[in-house]
Design a protein. Sequence first.
Length: 317
Amino acid sequence: MFDLAAPWALALLPLPWLLGRLLPPRAGGDGWLMVPGRIGADLARAARGAGGTRGGAVFPWLVWGLVVLALSGPRDLDPVRALKLSGRDLAVVFDLSGSMVRTDFYLDGTEISRLDAVRKVGAEFVRRRGGDRLALVLFGSEAYVAAPFTHDVEAVARRIEQAEIGLSGRATNISDGLGLALKRMEGSEAKSRVVILMSDGENNAGQTDPRGVAALAAGMGVRVHTIALGPKDIESAEAGERGVVDAATLRAIAEVSGGSYFRVRDMADLEAVGAALDRLEATESAGLAAEIHRDWWRWPAGAALLLTLAMLWRGPG
């Protein structure tokens, strides 16, 4: 939508004509306005309706009109789509233990690692969380904050895509990963606080029972949605088999905290979990309206400058 930042400036349009009609000619002395001689003469003739060449009468008024238009601040008002604010703090907690290197997932017919699968689906999920305030916690033997709470979902998605195994050790410390996410939520004033916890192994590091941390989450009013990742779990695997997930513990964490539990055995399951979490934690909410002004004053100002130069080049006539 087009409008003027200072529409009152248009009142200056008749100023040269008024000055020419109301002020008497002044003989000798210094001029009131220092302008090139040719332009000053043309303006004076135009203001008094005097003769002269056709261009001599039109050009000065055109220049003046363009200057006044530039002063009025022509601009476009472009409405910006408001960011939907959910009022939710959502911490994504991912397992980066050594078992994530296992290649038992398939994407477009190609075998990929569990880590690659989580990178792809996790980053896509995070990019759909516009309006949430997100944080990313990664854990192996120890946990660390890869991204503090922010509305910049793209930055969090990039951190997921750049995640590497080994930075936090190769064991699986579910308790510390969840506990660190809860610690980051202390003092949060969000209406809704949620943790999404994904692991592909069995809690084998740390001194705290994950179920106890889940009870702490429930006491804080934090829901924990858990994802058990991997083709086999402890209940169905053979004795001593490696790379299996402790589905029972993850299910218990979700139940204790009031969240949902998801079992993921392949890529299709993982993608379905992302869609299910979108439905569980919808981001629809009203945001704040905003406008961006695109200024156009440079165009009439530039045209006035070019016309002035043309008048100077034309010379007397």
